[in-house]
Design a protein around this ligand. Structure first.
Ligand code: IMP
Ligand code: MG
Length: 413
């Protein structure tokens, strides 16, 4: 039910893997079976439309047609359902994407726009509805003249996030920050864009520990999920790739969220290190994916080197730090950006920083993908943080548990 995941897909990547396609088919079959017994159940119709809409955003044209069908069925019963209307409009713009003839494309996109405008008229104060129209408008070609609508919608949404964040979902806030920041950046308001991007990158788990039958969740979560405040909804494990579903409890940060946030961090770093003698120093091994995604977007003339660290002893009683690979590049007089996967107690980074300072760089800044504030023992803060996460043991996107799960494309626990 990650209804906003498709926005990430619009950004470019999430090409549906075989596993994701399989998950979609399974869920579709289940929901269609339910619908067969209750053909006018609008909750089921919405779930079907939503599921097909998300899948449609991964370039599955058949799913887009189904999304259109189910939302139309729903709206025949409940014509004032604004969110369903907005998603129908969005599905219609995807039909434009999939159509062959230019005239058909134009017709679909115009219809989609009309339907999304109707949705906003139905519920102008509904953030979900506004976001669907905003992101669709943001991606439309210039000649359709939707720039101003995108700007107005995101400005409204950002004010809403700032003034009344209660009850707004994490991924909505992140999407709003990401796109509104990009709009500001386009207007050359880089400082404001950076401020927007840096706000609100806190994620809460989407699942309760009742479902924590996962070995890692049981073995390594230091705080039972049920004791973490703010955990309400139980979300399905739908987006967890099949391969890992029996082992991990839930996705904490999705691929789409990671991609967006890393992109924001790259823009901020690009801005801050212009005209610097940048040396990126990444800690092995957990940073691999993050580092690759982060630096591929930088157009600065940077140098790259690695430090290998491993700690003896258990994680609860941090042992000695062992340097398995020393720095090769000379950082004296240069601007060092240390990249690590996760800042937890801070012991690793504080020792690495102490060692680096002896080499007399001109400046040292720290960038981490994740941070857990709960267990900090050292007086250390990162200058750039991807996401603040609760005290769970997180794996994936480079992070491991006993050397496994590094290849999971999202962050999970
Ligand atoms: P610190 O020294 O306690 O800040 O821990 C930093 C290192 O511990 C990170 O670089 C990770 O390698 C590891 N670590 C801490 N928490 C986690 C986690 O939740 N998942 C995976 N590795 C972690
Ligand atoms: Mg590490």
């Amino acid at each position: 039910m990650m209804r906003l995941l498709y926005f990430g897909a619009l950004l470019s990547f999430v090409a549906g893997s075989a596993a994701a396609a399989e998950t979609f088919r399974q869920q579709l079959t289940e929901l269609e079976a339910k619908l067969a017994t209750e053909p006018t159940n609008t909750t089921i119709l919405f779930k079907l439309g939503d599921l097909c809409h998300d899948e449609g955003a991964r370039d599955n044209a058949k799913a887009v047609e189904l999304a259109e069908k189910y939302f139309k069925q729903l709206l025949a019963i409940e014509p004032t359902n604004a969110f369903a209307t907005a998603l129908l409009g969005s599905a219609l713009t995807m039909r434009a994407r999939d159509a062959f003839w230019p005239k058909t494309r134009l017709d679909y996109v115009k219809k989609g726009i009309r339907v999304m405008d109707t949705a906003v008229q139905l519920a102008p104060e509904d953030p979900d509805v506004r976001l669907v129209r905003a992101i669709n408008s943001f991606h439309m070609p210039k000649f359709l003249e939707r720039d101003e609508i995108a700007k107005a919608d995101f400005t409204w949404l950002w004010q809403r996030v700032e003034m009344k964040p209660e009850g707004l979902k994490d991924d909505l806030k992140q999407n709003v920050a990401f796109f509104y920041g990009r709009i500001l950046k386009k207007q050359k308001k880089t400082k404001e864009a950076i401020e927007v991007w840096n706000k609100g990158h806190c994620v809460q788990p989407r699942i309760r520990s009742g479902q924590g039958d996962s070995p890692t969740a049981q073995i390594v979560a230091r705080v039972p999920c049920s004791e973490i405040p703010g955990l309400g909804r139980i979300q399905s494990k739908a987006r967890m790739p099949v391969r890992w579903r029996s082992e991990l409890a839930a996705i904490l940060v999705t691929r789409a969220q990671l991609e967006q946030r890393v992109r924001e961090l790259s823009e901020i770093i690009q801005h801050d290190f212009t005209d610097c003698e940048l040396v990126v120093v990444a800690l092995l091994t957990g940073t691999i994916m993050f580092l690759a995604d982060l630096i591929r977007r930088l157009t600065l003339p940077l140098r790259l080197d690695f430090i290998g660290v491993s700690s003896y002893g258990s994680r609860t009683a941090p042992g000695q730090l062992n340097f398995t690979k020393e720095l090769r590049l000379d950082v004296c007089g240069r601007d060092v950006l240390v990249v690590d996967d996760i800042l937890d107690t801070g012991q690793t980074l504080s020792r690495v920083l102490a060692k680096l300072r002896l080499l007399e760089p001109r400046s040292i800044k720290v960038c981490v993908l994740l941070e857990k504030q709960a267990r900090r023992t050292e007086n250390i803060q990162a200058d750039y943080v991807g996401f603040s996460v609760p005290d769970l043991f997180v794996v994936g996107y480079g992070l491991d548990f006993a050397e496994r799960y590094r290849n999971l494309p999202s962050s999970a626990y």
